[in-house]
Write a protein that binds this ligand. Structure first.
Ligand code: Q46
Ligand code: ZN
Ligand code: ZN
Length: 316
């Protein structure tokens, strides 16, 4: 059996940087040091005393909270936020997993229930758009809802920043999709740290941005952490653009090791800094008062459509 290159205990996983196997303990330290280097390199925690961590219950957010607590739990105040999205067969398990992690780490986690607190669910949104034959994928509504609620909670509770578990593969997938579709305003957001641009928009950080899907999965297994095993029923099919691009990127990496690093480094050092974007003028949403470039923010539009009997023409 392969042995750990550092201590000689049973090897857990092959690590190319070590040209050999590492045990669970040394693999965990290796991953944590990768995150710590990333945090320092991009000054992710500059000016941050209170950090809110978005917790979906998936491997990345679970690894994120655990790693941030191990590395910085004694230096900054950490709190988790889970949003129960009302997705049958998925949301209940996700909430239980997050609750378990809170008990394991002792970190406080707050919960928002979309149905109870805002009167609609992602299932209701999916059913509505399907029935109306409107091409709005559930993930697009879900992304808007999660971004809005995480930011709103952080602003209201006085957090300095929100951290999310986006990893290297997620960022490359988003960036590649943005490039193909010409979505420049979202491409410039695919960075390790997105600064606040308004008193009601908190800074966003992505400390796992140098870890791959495989690395976060190995990390949660090495540390026996609970994660949601059920797949969301609305996960896009493998034949959609973003999953296809992600799979191609993986194929290229297998043939040309280091491809992903080259891509991400060029994206952050050369491509994104060379893009000039006009600052967007922000008003306060007529309904909720949060910043928006239009009259009523996307979250309030969705909520209105799904909770009101009145004509939705105004918002379509
Ligand atoms: S929960 Fe939401 Fe994911 Fe389900 S609807 Fe899509 S975005 S797939 S992480
Ligand atoms: Zn070891
Ligand atoms: Zn609003």
């Amino acid at each position: 059996m392969a042995k750990c290159r550092i201590c000689g205990k049973p090897g857990f996983v092959y690590v190319s940087e070590y040209k050999g196997y590492l045990c669970k303990e040394h693999y965990s330290r290796f991953i944590e040091s990768k995150v710590d280097r990333c945090v320092k390199r991009f000054a992710l925690l500059r000016g941050i005393k209170r950090l809110l961590i978005g917790l979906s219950g998936g491997k990345d957010s679970i690894a994120l909270l655990y790693i941030m607590n191990r590395l910085y739990g004694d230096k900054i105040e950490l709190e988790g936020l889970h949003i129960n999205l009302g997705i049958p067969g998925y949301s209940g398990e996700s909430q239980q997993i997050v609750d378990k992690l809170s008990s394991i780490t002792g970190i406080k986690v707050s919960f928002i229930n979309l149905c109870a607190d805002y009167g609609f669910s992602i299932k209701k949104a999916a059913d509505y758009y399907f029935k109306k034959r409107i091409n709005r994928p559930p993930c697009s509504v879900c992304g808007t809802v999660k971004r809005y609620l995480l930011n709103k909670y952080a602003v209201e509770k006085g957090f300095d920043a929100v951290a999310t578990g986006h990893n290297l593969d997620d960022i490359l997938r988003f960036a590649s999709t943005n490039i193909v579709t010409g979505d420049v305003s979202n491409l410039v957001k695919q960075v390790p740290r997105e600064e606040s641009t308004h008193p009601k928009i908190v800074t966003k950080i992505r400390p796992l941005c140098y870890l791959s899907n495989k690395e976060t999965l190995n990390y949660v297994e090495a540390n026996n952490l609970p994660i949601v095993r059920t797949t969301c029923p609305y996960k896009p099919s493998e034949r959609k653009l973003a999953p296809m691009l992600a799979s191609k990127i993986g194929e290229i990496e297998a043939v040309i090791p280091g491809f992903k690093s080259m891509y991400i480094n060029n994206l952050w050092r050369k491509i994104i800094p060379s893009i000039k974007t006009e600052p967007v003028e922000l008003n306060e949403c007529e309904i909720c008062g949060m910043p928006t470039s239009i009259k009523v923010c996307s979250f309030c539009k969705i909520r209105h459509i799904l909770t009101s009997d009145q004509s939705e023409e105004r918002f379509l």
